[in-house]
Design a protein around this ligand. Sequence first.
Ligand SMILES: [Zn+2]
Ligand SMILES: [Zn+2]
Length: 389
Amino acid sequence: MGARILSAVPDHYDTLGVPRDADAQTIKSAYRKLALRYHPDRNNGDNEAEERFKAINAAYAVLSDPEKRARYDRYGDADAQAVFTGDIFDVFASVFGGGMARGRGQRQRGMAGEDLEVELEVTLEEARDGATLQVEVERFTACDHCHGQRSEPGGGGRRRCDTCGGAGQVRAQAQSFFGTVLTTQTCPSCRGQGEVIVTPCSVCRGAGRVPESATADVPLPKGIDGGYRLRIPREGNAGVDGGPTGDLYVYVQMAPHAHLVRDGDDLRSELRIGFAQAALGSCFEVPTLDGPELIEIAAGTHSGTEVRLPGKGMPRLRQVGHGDLLVTVVVETPRRLSKRARALLEEYAEEMGEPIEARETLAERIKGFLTGRKRRPGEEEAEDRHDAA
Ligand SMILES: [Zn+2]
Ligand SMILES: [Zn+2]
C-alpha cells in the first residue's frame, strides 16, 4: 500500500478564506475572486502565484462537491476520495468557461526539475504541536554563474542549430521491408531544442544547475502520523531552461517515545503496580504528553484494566478535538521475597483460603485421587482428603 498523501498547504477552507459552514454561493464567489487574481496568465508565470492557483482550484473542486466536501470535513486530506487529483484548468473552465482556461503555465518551456523525497522522523510532541521542522535536502539549484541559462556569460549565448535549422527535429530516410520511408526524429545535435549553446557555462558545464546541500522547512499539520507524505512545493530540483522547480515529498515516520505508544489519535501506556496496590487501591503518577498526571486505581483492580484519560491523546488531524490516553494497568507478581514478606504472604494465603502446596505434596494427592477413582463402588475409600464430589 502506498503512503497516504497529505498536502502541506493550508486546508481548503483557509485557502478560499471562507468559514467551515460557508454555503455554496459564498464558496463560489470566494473562488471566482481568488482564481482570477492568481491565474498564471495574470502573474507572468510566477511560481508562487501558480501554486496558489493550484491550491485554490483543488479547494474549490472539493468544497463545491457536496459529497467530497462531507468526506473532507470528516476525514480531511487523509481520505483519498476527498483529495482532488484532476486538472485544475478543468475546474477553472467549469466556472469561467473555456476562454481563459489554458494558462501560460501549461506551455512551460525547458525541463521541469525532478521531485525529491526525504524521510523525516517526528516526535509525538512535534506532531502534537504542528511544529515546523527542517530537513536536509541534497538537490540541484540554478547555477549562480549563468543564472540557469547554461551558457557562459558573454560567451555568445545561443545560436540556431545547424543540423535541424532550428526545428528541433530532423527527417531521416530509412529502408524498411516496404521500401524507403521518411521518419521524423528528435535532432541529435540540439536534443530537440532548436538551438545550441555557443560556450557552455564554465561552472555548471552547461547543465544550468549545480548540486547543493540545503535545508527545507516542513510545516507539520497538527496530529500528523507516521505513513503520511507531505508535499512541500518547489523544494525539489531546479528546472533547466526556465522549467519549473520540482516539489519535495516528505515521508513522515513517528519516533518512538519513552513512555507512550501511539494508536491512531489515542495514546497508550502501561502502569505497573504491585498486587497489594491493586488489591488495596492507590494513586499513581502517569506520564502524559503534557507532563505527569495523577490517576486513581480503585481497590480490587485486575491486571489488564484500562484507565481512560479523555482528551489526553493526539490532536485529530485536520479536525477538532483530541484522542484519549489509555493506561493499561499491569499487576506485577513479586519474584523475590524477603523472609518477612514471605511469612506475611503465607499468612495472607491462609486467611484467604488459598492453599500453598509443594509439587510433591500435590502430586501425592493427585495420585491418591486417581487410585481412589479406580475402586469399585461400595469399596471403602482410603484416606483421601481430596473431595471428589
Ligand atoms: Zn552555469
Ligand atoms: Zn537541432
